[in-house]
Design a protein around this ligand. Sequence first.
Ligand SMILES: NC(=O)c1ccc[n+]([C@@H]2O[C@H](COP(=O)([O-])OP(=O)(O)OC[C@H]3O[C@@H](n4cnc5c(N)ncnc54)[C@H](OP(=O)(O)O)[C@@H]3O)[C@@H](O)[C@H]2O)c1
Length: 336
Amino acid sequence: MLAARYPTSGPDAGTIRLETVPCPEPGVGEVLVAVVVSGVNPTDWKSRSGGAIAGGADIPWVIPNQDGAGVIVAVGDGVPADRVGERVWMWEAQWQRASGTAAEYIALPSTHAVPLPDHAGFDLGAGLGIPAMTAHHCLFADGRLGSGDQVLVQGGAGAVGHAAIELAVHAGARVAATVSGPEKAALAKAAGAELVVDYRTEDVAATVRAWAPDGVARIIEVDLARNIEDDAKVIADGGVIVVYARTFDAVTPPPALMASNASIAFMLIYKIPQTAKFAALEGVVAALAEGALTELPSTRFTLADAGSAHDAVEGSVVGKVLIDVAPPTEVPDSQD
Ligand SMILES: NC(=O)c1ccc[n+]([C@@H]2O[C@H](COP(=O)([O-])OP(=O)(O)OC[C@H]3O[C@@H](n4cnc5c(N)ncnc54)[C@H](OP(=O)(O)O)[C@@H]3O)[C@@H](O)[C@H]2O)c1
């Protein structure tokens, strides 16, 4: 099969090339998926450039990308044969494994290949794994977000931010989102944000406080160092700021956070407990089934150009970056 992969050591470490490699076979409890679309996330280029967080030790080469969508073409022992032919989306496909979704086929645990409802296309499916599960965990893991609660999503046009708006709205919460520029404002609005604030040109704290006089119950935070002053001004008493993106700048918590009995929580999707992963998965599956999740506009690449796809994510292109691996019409019914 064709795969985009890179060596993990040597002079070409991290350089993605299209190669012909053996097609994997599904092991016990695994399915073999013919990939239609591979989704790229920041984690994919970050781990390629030395972070190794997603790879694990002693892997000589990596086929990148955690997310993707495709069709099950074979099953291993212990997996019902009637899963063959199922359209699926994949999550944590390459977490602690060598092979992700940037290939024509991937074998992975059957629980990581989740049925796509009829109304959901492969593009939507390929953008769910990391962003939607992260967003769900940020919003609901502590069980404290109620219907009617007001939420601030910092970075509402990003992949995680977009999913956070849609999942919060689906749960009955009211959402304000920050963005930069009109293009991103339109995306946040379309996702369901009631209030959209351009953090480059508007006073975020004053605008959000006017919208939520008692403060927001929860903030989903993409850039704590830059936003903590505003967060402290708008968080409600007992509110929670959940931080999902790494910040490299020093953060000084403003005293107002103590006065409002606020909490700051950090999360890394790979490292949350397995039970929490499946709770997030269940929530995403339910929202997807009810049509609450939509796809961002995409910038597309071929499998041969997977390196450029990673560069586009690193360059913060607006929307999702997707790799077209195979047209769905060419996916075989079974892999003999
Ligand atoms: N902890 C985890 O488990 C986890 C999971 C997923 C992603 N992440 C990390 O989270 C980050 C975002 O991931 P993503 O896939 O959502 O990326 P993305 O699609 O590129 O979205 C990031 C968004 O944040 C916005 N942004 C940047 N700085 C901002 C600020 N100061 N205030 C408000 N918005 C701001 C960006 O737009 P502008 O720059 O135009 O404002 C962009 O829309 C990445 O660093 C990724 O590695 C972590």
